[in-house]
Structure formats: structure tokens, C-alpha cells
Design a protein around this ligand. Structure first.
Ligand code: PMP
Length: 377
């Protein structure tokens, strides 16, 4: 059978990783500032992570979800503490799209409504509801449910207020990334998030904070929307949650009451996935990784702002977008081929940095030096 090429890929074969470094099959070392799209949160092959997963695999890798799994309770307890939301309820699934799908379904069950508000450049995943709330017509099939989604301009408080004034009683939920990732690192303003919070409360709609990419400590706070000082009704998460082991989840406010059978999945919250997610939280706590994300991220943003030829630097913590003019669209490739640095991209010409949260200053400097050389060239 021939493999379907999901994404256009280059021919580098990565075979080994440690911290923020990876190596290819020929022994070439690379600095990984992409972390497989915000997935690597505590670095590659962190010893505590390897040990916890290996031990769990040696004991029990999987058993049915219909028996008690104390690791799930341990994870819920720890996640509640680290995220500062001990009264929320945790449902575990396998991916970001699945988390958003379940969040939207839960909101719709709860208030009996259908209309979902999403924003320009949003990305919420590729399943039916999640893709319908994603601003990319190219990946939407006729079977998806776009008729229920209203897209508003991002960060436009007036447009939001107008829509609620006209149709507020029909709105099921507002779904928003605290910082848009695929959309090119667009930070939702505090005022915007606060307006979403108060309008949702006023009209009985639910606020879903898609924290799949910007969550789990990446911004320097556990959820990026925490900067605005608001609580969402549902937080969705995945990516960095398992540091590469597939796991997703939704954190549900106590006001929402899912019933047995509404949410479910065969693999969600299996023993290995829970061990991975627990190891991530333990390392985050022990090594103060949210503080490091804020510190090194802040340093990077400050230094990037000093460089010439950059249109704009956006982001918070270790979720950073470097918006370059059109004529510099070679820079990302040059960083890889001339300096052996992996970065991400967003259209039209944004370099996305989504490194592990324990990125060192030395590695940040290696990137800054390489980028300033390329910008000068
Ligand atoms: N939400 C956001 C904000 C994302 O960035 C992504 C993935 N790029 C998803 C949801 C979907 O996650 P997954 O690929 O795990 O389904």
C-alpha cells in the first residue's frame, strides 16, 4: 500500500530527540522550535516522562474505560490544581478535534440551542462540528454543519455585541482560541474575552476556550484566556497535554452536568495516556515550566522586536509569531537548511515558534542569531 501524503513533507528523517534538540538518521542535530506543532511541552525524552510511561507499560497499558482507573482521578486532581480549577470536571478523549466536538455537543445539550459563534482565522479541528467552526472553506465537506456557525471578525467587540443583541437567545456557544495558532498567532484581547464572558452569561450561551494549542502552560499561564481574568465554561485541550502521547480532554465548569453516555470514547484516558499527561504536569510543576515559558518567551519577544525587517511580533510566552514581509518568504526554509532550526509557519508569511516549555536561553539565543543573519542576508 502507498502512504497518503497528509502534509507536504521534506525528506528529513528525525530519529532521536532530547530536550529541544533532535537528530536525523545521518546524525545531523537540529534545534526544535516547533515541537511537532506545539505537542512537545516538556522536551523530547524527558527522563521522568520516559520512566513513568515505561513503568506503566510494564504494569498495564490498557483496560476498558468501564472500570475504575485511579490514574484518571489522579490526573483530574492534578489538572484541577495546576489549572486553578479544582471544581471543574474532566472528560478525557484522544485529540483536539474530539475535545472541541464534545465541548460543542455538551453546550448544545445543555441549553438546547444550535448556533455557534466562531471567528475569522479560527482553527478548531477536522471533525464535523469542529471543522464547521474553522475558518477554512477548503477543508469543509457538504456533510459538515456550517449552517449553524456564524463567523465574526476576531477581536471586534462591537460586532459581538451587535450579534448578541439581535440573536443572543439563540446562541449556543462562543468558541475561541485564547491565542490563535494556525491563524498566525493572533492574541485575543482581554477586552474581547471579557465581553464574550459577560455576553455568554447574560444570554445563557457557553464560552468554550479552545486551549488545544495555546493551553497547558504554553502562554506562561495555564490557559491563555487566564490573562483576561475570566473563566470559560469549557476548556478544551490536547497537543502538549501528552508530550507526544495522544490524549485530549475537556475541563467542564460545575454548572454543566453531562450525563452518563453523553460523552465517551474507547481509548480516552487509557492508562498510558494518563501516565503521559501526569508526567507532563509533574515536570511542569517541579521545573516551573510556566514561569520559564513566560521568562524565555518574554525575552524572545523583546529581542525579536529589536530586529529589522520584521512586520510584527505577536504572542505570549512560548507561542510566538514572527510576521515577515512577502519578499522574505525564504527565511523559514533558510533557518532549517542553513542553521538546522525547525520552526512552524502560518499563512501568508508568519514563522511560528512553539518550542518545549523548558527552552533554554542559550537555545533562544541560537535562534535569534540565526534569524538576524538571515534577515540581514
Ligand atoms: N484546536 C486548535 C487550536 C488546534 O491548533 C488544533 C490542531 N492544530 C486542533 C484544535 C485540532 O487538534 P487535533 O489535531 O489534535 O485534532
Amino acid at each position: 500500500m502507498k502512504l497518503f501524503d497528509v502534509y507536504p513533507i521534506n525528506n528529513i528523517e528525525i530519529v532521536k530527540g532530547q530536550g529541544s534538540l533532535v537528530w536525523d538518521d545521518k546524525g545531523q542535530q537540529y534545534l526544535d522550535l516547533y515541537g511537532g506543532h506545539a505537542v512537545i511541552s516538556i522536551g523530547h525524552t524527558h527522563p521522568h516522562y520516559v520512566e513513568r510511561l515505561t513503568q506503566q507499560l510494564g504494569k498495564l497499558g490498557f483496560y476498558s474505560n468501564s472500570i475504575k482507573i485511579p490514574l484518571q482521578e489522579e490526573l483530574a486532581d492534578k489538572l484541577g490544581k495546576v489549572s486553578g480549577r479544582e471544581d471543574y470536571q474532566l472528560f478525557l478523549c484522544n485529540s483536539g478535534a474530539e475535545a472541541n466536538e464534545n465541548a460543542l455537543k455538551l453546550a448544545s445539550f445543555a441549553n438546547g440551542r444550535k448556533k455557534v459563534v466562531a471567528f475569522t482565522k479560527a482553527f478548531h479541528g477536522r471533525t464535523s462540528l469542529a471543522v464547521s467552526a474553522t475558518d477554512n472553506p477548503k477543508i469543509i465537506a457538504p456533510v459538515n454543519q456550517t449552517e449553524n456557525v456564524v463567523f465574526l471578525p476576531h477581536n471586534d467587540v462591537d460586532a459581538l455585541k451587535t450579534l448578541f443583541a439581535e440573536q443572543g437567545n439563540e446562541i449556543c456557544a462562543v468558541i475561541i482560541e485564547g491565542i490563535q495558532g494556525v491563524g498566525g498567532i493572533q492574541v485575543a484581547s482581554d477586552e474581547f474575552l471579557q465581553s464574550i464572558r459577560s455576553l455568554c452569561t447574560q444570554y445563557g450561551a457557553y464560552f468554550i476556550a479552545d486551549s488545544v494549542q495555546c493551553g497547558y502552560g504554553r502562554s506562561g499561564k495555564f490557559y491563555a484566556s487566564d490573562f483576561a481574568g475570566v473563566d470559560a465554561d469549557i476548556y478544551t485541550m490536547a497537543k502538549g497535554m501528552g508530550n507526544g502521547f495522544p490524549i485530549g480532554g475537556i475541563s467542564i465548569s460545575p454548572a454543566l452536568k453531562p450525563w452518563h453516555g453523553m460523552l465517551g470514547t474507547t481509548f480516552g484516558g487509557n492508562h498510558l495516556a494518563c501516565a503521559a499527561a501526569l508526567a507532563v504536569l509533574e515536570v511542569m510543576e517541579q521545573e516551573h515550566l510556566m514561569d520559564n515559558a513566560a521568562k524565555i518567551g518574554g525575552y524572545l519577544i523583546q529581542e525579536l522586536q529589536k530586529l529589522n525587517h520584521i512586520k510584527e511580533v505577536r504572542g505570549k510566552g512560548l507561542m510566538i509569531g514572527i510576521d515577515l514581509p512577502e519578499e522574505l518568504n525564504q527565511v523559514k526554509k533558510n533557518l532549517l537548511f542553513n542553521h538546522h532550526i525547525f520552526t512552524g509557519e502560518a499563512k501568508p508569511n508568519v514563522i511560528r515558534l512553539l518550542p518545549a516549555l523548558n527552552l533554554t536561553k542559550e537555545h533562544a539565543d541560537r535562534f535569534l542569531e540565526a534569524l538576524s543573519k538571515e534577515l540581514k542576508a
